[in-house]
Design a binder for this molecule. Structure first.
Ligand code: ADP
Ligand code: MG
Length: 249
């Protein structure tokens, strides 16, 4: 579904990604692991368009995304969450989730002002979808709260609700359980398992090795911006290069 070919990115002359190549098969969970500073978030940012690689190709649905703006991604069916949360704190939970749907809402300002009946019907439908997404992540009773007052664990769940509400073709998750307690991360792990079972294509950056080994179909290991290994979890677990990269830290 997604192909990275020799993707490179430098910051101040230092390589954050060095000729990274791998493929993300449809309907599978690809985990990206590696020590702190390995380039995992940079890689997600390059795929999602927040960051433009210096060179290389990122092919999705028959086109190279590498030089394309981030706004294109949701239209192609690519959604993401951020390691450091990006929510609208004054907006309600429902409205935050609705921002994950607006790209296919087809609304113009004039239409919004005129509010013809069919549009009001459409808005009601979108709201119902947003509420269903909140329900999947156990946030129904807080649907009208401003997002800013939520506890950290709820904010992480809200990001997942927003990223999944549009049924994206490709979902990019940057450390979705980081900072959660054991109960909360087990709940999120369960959600990820269900998404995967439903055939969702996922790219997951994650530190929790037990979670990665449990969920991933394929593991990509980054170290100092280089892809040092790529394969099924069982093979990665006993790869000497991987062991060295982790023990070296
Ligand atoms: P990871 O997510 O694996 O911990 P990152 O992708 O965040 O690693 O960072 C990889 C390297 O690139 C690090 O050395 C980091 O300091 C550097 N880096 C990341 N983003 C920037 C940026 N916007 N400006 C300068 N350096 C950056
Ligand atoms: Mg990171």
């Amino acid at each position: 579904m997604l192909h990275l070919e020799q993707v490179s990115k430098q910051f101040d002359g230092l390589p954050a990604l060095a000729q990274v190549s791998f493929a993300v098969p449809a309907g599978q969970l690809t985990a990206i692991i590696g020590p702190n500073g390995a380039g995992k978030s940079t890689l997600i940012n390059a795929i999602s368009g927040q960051l433009r690689p210096d060179s290389g190709a990122i092919r999705f649905a028959g086109r190279d995304l590498a030089g394309q703006p981030p706004q294109l991604r949701p239209r192609l069916g690519i959604q993401r969450t951020f390691q450091n949360l990006r929510l609208f704190p004054q907006l309600s939970l429902v409205d935050n989730v609705l921002t994950g749907l607006t790209c296919d809402a087809g609304r113009s300002l004039l239409m919004a002002l005129l509010r013809p009946p069919y549009l009001r019907h459409r808005e009601r439908q979108l709201r119902l979808r947003a509420l269903a997404a909140l329900d999947r992540f156990g946030l129904t009773d807080k649907a009208d709260w401003p997002a800013g007052v939520l506890a950290y664990g709820d904010k992480k769940r809200l990001e997942l609700a927003r990223a999944t509400v549009s049924n994206p073709r490709l979902l990019l998750l940057d450390e979705p359980v980081a900072g959660l307690n054991a109960v909360e991360s087990a709940a999120v792990a369960n959600q990820l398992r269900q998404l995967r079972r439903a055939g969702q294509t996922l790219v997951l950056v994650e530190h929790d090795m037990a979670l990665v080994m449990d969920l991933a179909d394929q593991v990509v290991v980054l170290d100092s911006g280089r892809c040092i290994a790529c394969g099924p979890p069982a093979a990665i677990r006993r790869n000497p290069l991987v062991l060295e990269a982790y023990l070296g830290n």
